[in-house]
Design a protein around this ligand. Structure first.
Ligand SMILES: NC(=O)c1ccc[n+]([C@@H]2O[C@H](COP(=O)([O-])OP(=O)(O)OC[C@H]3O[C@@H](n4cnc5c(N)ncnc54)[C@H](OP(=O)(O)O)[C@@H]3O)[C@@H](O)[C@H]2O)c1
Length: 254
């Protein structure tokens, strides 16, 4: 299968790496940033361009790794250049149908993992969730996904939308809480490093335990005096105070 990848951001660059390393048919890449795309293209010895009009028109699969909000816009542009192509995006939140007005043969190839440029992802552990109404495309996407990951599933747009909400909670919100904690340690001249083993153990124990069983802390124990002391200390940090209150209430209500 000849694959073209559009977008070399956090997710696109990781996908490019695994597709190339495993010889899965990545033959062309596009980014608006010429330096970036030429560097990657030369390194991988594949076609590269920063002008979509030059992108190869005869590929078996076009993967859009662009921000959620521009998927439709990029698909619209591509549809003027590539007729009858097979196009997927890799977003958790956008439905497959966002591509439908532009490409009859469309789908989603969603790697459920946080991806940041420069960090190496072990793709074999990353769930890849596939959605498409096209039987032949579904089979090709399944074959491709199985060569990358040991966790491949077919799901609907609706299921992926709910999973994406859950993913935002466990990943983005959790990371934001780290940032709030860092605000406190920085303000008090304490090393954030002291919290890293705790962060790690919290993430590791939930691999084995149900999250509700793994829960500890003052709100889970019902230690109201401790909570009140914390709330008093946080008076000068209204943004953190608000989050602390909302999460403590949520914990108590369980
Ligand atoms: N990062 C993750 O953890 C993750 C995980 C799973 C799925 N995803 C999905 O992957 C997709 C990309 O996300 P990302 O995190 O990789 O975003 P990103 O880091 O912002 O990268 C997006 C890429 O698209 C290019 N781009 C932006 N606007 C464009 C436009 N109008 N036309 C053409 N190209 C444009 C960017 O700029 P240049 O052209 O300037 O390079 C960049 O190469 C999203 O659908 C996201 O939901 C992300």
């Amino acid at each position: 299968m000849k694959i073209g990848l559009i977008g070399l951001g956090n997710a696109g660059s990781q996908l490019a790496r695994v597709l190339h390393r495993k010889h899965l048919g990545l033959v062309a890449i596009f980014s608006r940033d010429y330096d970036k795309v030429s560097q990657t293209g030369k390194r991988k010895r594949i076609f590269y361009t920063n002008d979509l009009a030059d992108f190869p028109k005869d590929l078996d699969l076009y993967i859009l790794a662009v921000p959620d909000d521009v998927i439709g816009e990029v698909a619209a542009t591509l549809s003027h250049l590539v007729e009858g192509g097979r196009v997927v995006h890799i977003s958790g939140s956008q439905p497959s149908t966002v591509l439908a007005p532009y490409f009859e043969r469309h789908g989603v190839f969603y790697p459920l993992q946080t991806m940041t440029k420069g960090r190496r992802i072990k793709f074999q552990d990353v769930p890849i969730l596939i959605t498409t109404p096209d039987d032949e495309l579904r089979q090709d996407l399944l074959d491709l996904a199985h060569k990358i990951s040991n966790h491949v599933h077919i799901i609907s747009d609706e299921e992926r939308a709910w999973l994406h909400i859950a993913a935002v909670i466990v990943n983005n919100f959790t990371n934001h809480l780290y940032a709030l904690a860092e605000k406190i340690t920085d303000a008090r001249d304490l090393p954030f490093d002291l919290l890293r083993p705790l962060i790690l153990e919290t993430a590791q124990k939930v691999q084995k335990l149900d999250p509700q069983k793994a829960q500890t802390g003052p709100a889970a124990r019902g230690d109201q005096e401790t909570i009140d002391r914390h709330l008093q200390k946080l008076e000068n940090y209204p943004d953190i105070l608000k989050v602390y209150q909302v999460l403590s209430d949520s914990l108590r209500n369980r």
